[in-house]
Design a binder for this molecule. Structure first.
Ligand SMILES: NC(=O)c1ccc[n+]([C@@H]2O[C@H](COP(=O)([O-])OP(=O)(O)OC[C@H]3O[C@@H](n4cnc5c(N)ncnc54)[C@H](OP(=O)(O)O)[C@@H]3O)[C@@H](O)[C@H]2O)c1
Length: 287
């Protein structure tokens, strides 16, 4: 019998990338991916209908209100997607015997550390998006025992609105691009994250808990943009600026690099260096 996998947020970056990778790498899976307009994860009745008819073995929750600045202004909508939705999914997963896989974020941390954040570091979000994502994590832990919460950071992919597209769009209209170089993180290739997700589902049943997964290295948006420009050969100059040069509505952690030590130790999972993964995604989708 095929493993049934339900995906929420089916048209987002992770929703699309997971479908692509599942299609290619897990022929024994039957995937039902639903878009926001087909299934709002905070709608408990609709969720029950979908779980009752599809009977998923796994549900992968990629749905989230991901616009960090807008989340400051549209607080109710952000909480609904990031905190209420995960609670509903966790209750349904518990009732139907489904394993829940959920993506959280590096933005649960305050950025005051100067060494990579581990899974045991205490969250202390500095913006509303981070606060609602942390609430989502706690709601899941309260309502089901069978969960994997994976925290990535700065996801980019071949799909949707993402940092690569932003750089490409800006490069079409400007000769000089300015990017922040005093906020440091560890970017995540959606392809690498999808592969790690499949690994947990197939190879590590029962190893529930929280896991950090991003690429290796510590970079600013300036470093990342410069690498994109270099690899794509875009005819623009990239300059570093301090975050105070832009009016960012939401505060961001100054440092949110994630430690991958737990997944290396537990699973011998080696994440790829950030530039190697970036090159791979650029060559796969953009070149
Ligand atoms: N993107 C990043 O840099 C980043 C970094 C760290 C962690 N994460 C986390 O990783 C996960 C995947 O992110 P992503 O980049 O794939 O996000 P994305 O591209 O913004 O996709 C999110 C999807 O969720 C949908 N959605 C929002 N609220 C929903 C709801 N209540 N019910 C059903 N669908 C809903 C959105 O639909 P609409 O657009 O129609 O609303 C969108 O299709 C999220 O949990 C996010 O918080 C992302």
């Amino acid at each position: 019998m095929k493993t049934r996998i339900l995906i929420s947020g089916g048209t987002g970056q992770m929703g699309r990338t997971l479908q692509e990778v599942l299609n290619r790498e897990w022929p024994g899976s039957e995937v039902l991916a639903l878009a926001h307009n087909q299934w709002d994860i905070a709608d408990a009745e609709k969720g029950k209908e979908i779980f009752s008819s599809f009977r998923p073995d796994f549900v992968i929750n990629t749905a989230a209100f991901t616009n960090v600045d807008l989340a400051e202004e549209q607080r109710e909508a952000a909480r609904r997607s990031n905190a209420t939705g995960p609670a509903v999914l966790a209750r349904l997963s518990n009732d139907f015997g489904t394993i829940l896989i959920h993506y959280s974020t590096d933005y649960v941390f305050d950025g005051k550390k100067r060494t990579p954040y581990t899974e045991t570091d205490a969250p202390a979000p500095v913006n509303y998006y981070g606060l609602t994502k942390w609430e989502g994590e706690k709601n899941i832990q309260q309502h089901t025992e069978r969960y994997y919460i994976i925290r990535p950071a700065w996801i980019y992919s071949g799909y949707g609105r993402n940092f690569i597209r932003l750089v490409m769009d800006l490069a079409r209209k400007n000769a000089v691009l300015r990017f922040i170089n005093d906020q440091i993180g560890s970017p995540t290739s959606a392809l690498d994250l999808a592969r790690f997700t499949l690994f947990l589902m197939r190879e590590r049943p029962g190893d529930y808990g929280i896991y950090h997964c991003s690429n290796l290295g510590e970079v600013s948006r300036f470093d990342q943009a410069r690498a994109i420009v270099e690899i794509l050969g875009l005819p623009v100059r990239v300059e570093p600026v301090l975050h105070t040069a832009f009016r960012q509505i939401a505060e961001r952690p100054a440092y949110s690099v994630l430690s991958k030590e737990k997944i290396r130790r537990m699973f011998d999972w080696q994440v790829r260096p950030w530039r190697e993964s970036l090159e791979h995604v650029l060559k796969t989708y953009y070149l």
